[in-house]
Design a protein around this ligand. Structure first.
Ligand SMILES: [Zn+2]
Length: 210
């Protein structure tokens, strides 16, 4: 069993605010995300803000639009702070501010996770209607691969050797249109604790590390 696993969720509750930036502006600042493709241009500097209407209530959740974001309730955040090594930030509401919920902040790997030749061979199978495997944004020059799940292609274990956090994010970007995300891995013990806190929606996905 590998030390790192991915998480899958069946349900994404909650909507980032404001909708005009898909919630990116509070997290990255006015100039911290590309208006051409929605990709962040630097690491997160502010808090995730979620609309007050239909604000998520479960202990572990991923919001809509931001499919590389995992948030936890105050109770789970306390366990995470106590037992695991993960930076966390407040999750806020537009008017009332911090909610007690926390966003788990992954550490972005310095080294690439994926073998480009492998991505080039599996993406056409996953996205048969697309005629390319990804695209470069004309505004910010970021290359994005069409999305693959963490379990779809092997990940270089050497890329995780330097990661100190219990949550890691790929340096590679994935997405198309206005959706940009990094892939994420969790140390198994943390992943198991998160799934145990919301087993109705979350499950562990094993990944192949080489
Ligand atoms: Zn861009």
């Amino acid at each position: 069993m590998s030390e790192w696993v991915a998480l899958a969720t069946k349900f994404t509750p909650g909507w980032p605010w404001p909708e005009s930036s898909w919630g990116l502006e509070p997290r990255f600042g006015a100039d911290g995300w590309c208006r051409g493709c929605g990709t962040p241009l630097h690491e997160q500097t502010g808090s995730l803000v979620i609309q007050g209407s239909k604000f998520p209530t479960s202990d572990v959740w991923m919001p809509n639009w931001s499919y590389d974001v995992v948030c936890v309730s105050a109770a789970v955040a306390e366990v995470v702070a106590d037992k695991f090594r993960v930076e966390m930030r407040d999750v806020c509401k537009p008017k009332s501010g911090p909610t007690g919920f926390k966003q788990l902040m992954p550490e972005v790997s310095q080294k690439r996770w994926y073998d480009e030749a492998v991505l080039k061979s599996i993406i056409p199978v996953k996205h048969p209607l697309d005629d390319s495997v990804g695209s470069r944004c004309p505004t910010c020059s970021t290359w994005r691969w069409l999305p693959v799940s963490e379990g779809d292609a092997h990940i270089f274990s050497a890329a995780l050797d330097d990661v100190e956090s219990d949550v890691a994010a790929s340096p590679e970007w994935f997405g198309s249109g206005w959706s940009s995300m990094r892939n994420s891995l969790f140390r198994r013990e943390l992943a198991e604790a998160l799934v145990a806190s919301n087993a109705k929606h979350w499950s562990i996905v094993d990944v192949e590390l080489v």
